[in-house]
Structure formats: C-alpha cells, structure tokens
Design a binder for this molecule. Structure first.
Ligand SMILES: [Zn+2]
Length: 231
C-alpha cells in the first residue's frame, strides 16, 4: 500500500486517510527515516483496517454503479438506486439516491424508509377497513419478518413486515383485510376466503403477487450484516 509522507513544519506525527482511499503521513521536517517507519508501524493495524473498509465500500459502489446495480421495489414499482454526492444520506424522488458514505448500509436506510411509508399507509387503511368490515383489532405494529408478510395473534394484535411497503397499494390492502378477517376467524378455510373475497374479489391475484415476488424481495433486502438482520 502506498503511503505518501509529507514533511512540514509541525511537532507531531499525523496520519490521514482521504475519501479516495489515499493515506498521507504528515511528519515534522527533522524526523528521521526510522522515526517515520516506527510511526507507520505503530499504526499498521489502523491502516490495514481503513484500507479493507475502503476496498469493501469501493466494491459495493462499483456493484451499484455497474450493470449489476441495485434496484428496490417500492409500492409495486422497481426503482434504481443511484450513488450520488447529495447531502442527504438516503433520498427518494423517483429513484433512490444514496450518498457514498451510506452505500454500505443502503438496505438499512431503505428499511427505515419503508417503515415510515408503510406506517402512513397502515394509519389510513387499517382503521378504514376495520370500520368498513366491522372487525376490531387491538393494535398494529411493524416488524421485520422475512417469512411472513403479516400476522394476527389471539389478542387481535396485527403485525406487518416492513417489506410489505414493497408491494403495490392494492396488495397491501389485501393483506390488511386478510389480517383483519383473522381477528374473527383463525383458519384459512373457505369461509375465511369468502369473507376476504367480499371486500377483495380478486384476492387470488394479490396473493399470487406476494408469492411470485417474495424471493426477489428477499434478495433485494438481504442484509449481509447479521446485526441488521433482525428487527
Ligand atoms: Zn392468514
């Protein structure tokens, strides 16, 4: 690894790592070779770590800007993710923008974005369908389940996966109605789907959308870092 050494009028040694991955050691004019070597040796782990980190981020940036670039589904449409030096970390205006410094956690940012958006939909649609269908729930929350879109427990608490924000609005409506009907009946039998079908006649299509897109959604939102994987 190439580390540039710059001699200048200063008393102490200083090591810098710039955004473009270059290392610069600022050393006093009168420092001898051995002192400089010792200084760099002392910081070799820091240098190694910073360099690895830089390589990892560069690779992700390359992936994102290459043909294998990342797309995110949102409300049923696919949008590309572009790395740009905008001031904000993560933004959406018809495409998703992520700043270079936030590329690594792009799924985390997308997840928070989806949570917010989904919450706004749920705040409108859950009470609406609850009143319309005369089905009461105790509360609803947003979780991170990767295997289930939503669930309803015996205490009539509804739980929706943040990934549901990736589905079209009419599919989200179907899931809301589905879970609300569960507050009255637990099994997925004929009566259950008859009740769902009264509100959502083409529920089979919505169900099919979820089935067809679940693998893709899982792939798009795969977070390598396990500490971000749950919740
Ligand atoms: Zn169900």
């Amino acid at each position: 690894m190439n580390i540039k050494v710059e001699r200048e009028r200063r008393k102490n040694f200083r090591l810098e790592h710039s955004e473009d991955g270059k290392f610069l050691a600022r050393v006093p004019y009168n420092a001898d070779e051995k002192e400089v070597e010792d200084f760099l040796r002392k910081h070799r782990i820091w240098i190694k770590k910073r360099n690895e980190e830089f390589m990892r981020v560069s690779e992700m940036r390359r992936d994102l800007s290459s043909k294998r670039k990342r797309n995110f589904l949102f409300m049923g449409n696919e949008y590309e993710v572009s790395v740009s030096d905008s001031t904000r970390c993560f933004d959406f205006d018809g495409i998703f923008h992520v700043s270079p410094g936030c590329v690594e956690d792009v799924v985390g940012h997308f997840k928070r974005f989806c949570r917010n958006e989904l919450l706004q939909v749920l705040d409108r649609r859950v009470p609406y369908y609850s009143r319309k269908l005369g089905l009461e729930y105790s509360k609803y929350t947003i979780g991170s389940s990767i295997t289930m879109w939503a669930s309803c427990d015996k205490s009539r608490r509804l739980r929706f996966s943040w990934r549901l924000a990736m589905a079209p609005p009419e599919v989200i409506d179907y899931v809301i109605v589905h879970e609300l009907v569960h507050t009255e009946m637990f099994l997925h039998d004929r009566t259950f789907y008859e009740r769902v079908g009264k509100e959502i006649p083409d529920w089979k299509e919505k169900k099919m959308w979820l089935r067809k897109n679940s693998a893709k959604i899982r792939l798009m939102t795969d977070q390598k870092d396990p500490s971000n994987g749950s919740k």
